[in-house]
Design a protein around this ligand. Sequence first.
Ligand code: URA
Length: 438
Amino acid sequence: MNIPELIRKKREGDSLSEEELRFLIGGFLSGAVEPYQMSAFLMAVFFRGLEPAEAATLTKIMMTSGRCYDLSSIPGTKVDKHSTGGVGDKVSLVLAPLVAAAGAVDPMVSGRALGHTGGTLDKLDAIPGYRWDLTEEQFIQQLGKVGCSIIGQTDDFVPADKRLYAMRDVTATVESIQLICASILSKKAASGANALVMDVKCGSGAFMSSEQDARALAKQLIAIGTELGMSVSALITQMNQPLGVTVGNTLEVLEVLDVLEGGGPSDTRDITVELGAEMLVLARLADSVPQARKRLEGLLDDGSAMAKFQEWIAAQGGNPRIVDDRSLLALAPDRDHLRASRAGTIVSMNTRQIGVAANVLGAGRVVQSDVLDHAVGLEVHRRVGDEVAAGEVLVTIHHRGGRGLDAARRLLENAIVLGEGRVAPLPLVLERLDKNTR
Ligand code: URA
């Protein structure tokens, strides 16, 4: 097979056979396909798309590019949640112990930040001692004992996605429905999950900015996930403002602790409960979403979810005392404030720019090799629809010695738009979909 011919075929909008896709992906992993050839292929897929059957085939090829975890020794449904990526999205850190406290088994394999969005592994790295590199045996043992584990992708777990994900991040080919589907579902199927709730983010801080694209992505995730043997449902959720108050790794862990204590910002709590309720229903641990919701709220309020959080963190080498001694989660030494330039109503937030602002402070990567500063980030105190007074603090900027501060300020000044009159608060969940949704 001729590599330039395969790239040309996709560039012209034709479908590739399983053999051709296998040749390209296998060749990329073995070095026979050069990185510049794969990036050209990814760009062709970005513009031309993949047929549904082609996307399903690519997902299966990626899934079996390394080892798949066998969780059959653990009884019951293994249920997970995955977000397509957002700004301030710290849900997984609350959700995994919360559903485990309700009796579910959640095998979560998470990733690092992608583009302007945050990554669960980067947030977990902010917890002193936490280890995400468990062996398969340790992962399975912990799931059996604790009910949840969040680990990272090792070199032999879906290596095709590991390599392609990093390449898409730096070649502007992330926002492709089919590539996102293949990336997410190859990992979820290989992790041993047999039920999955997708949190498809929609808005200025998401990879899908329109509801139409978010819906198309959700439908394709459900279709391919079902074909892979998983029960899948999806919530399309708001990403036209950051989720919760904090953006940045240690700050987000602090917000997670607030939510696990029964407090925290209501949007972070409510979306976690909504996604968790879907998970309990899929795992047949609740008969209905309202019943599951009530149960999960009780577990947040009575301390059970926090106790499970401590058990999970300790099991993976992290220091569970962060719960009682928050000084163990040190923030950057310097603070600055973005104030409202005038009185008015917040009419919109360019959430992508807010994510980029956190990144330039050091909370995320601007180039692949960047080392993160977990202690920097933002607290966004106000939401769309809020009325603010002139000079009021809109954002607290946690920085280290001014690194990235000017650029972050400029981004934030443009990102938060003030206007006149009443603006409705943004809804949290835009739509729920499952395999019966037309
Ligand atoms: N999350 C993933 O795991 N992959 C993507 O491509 C986008 C979000």
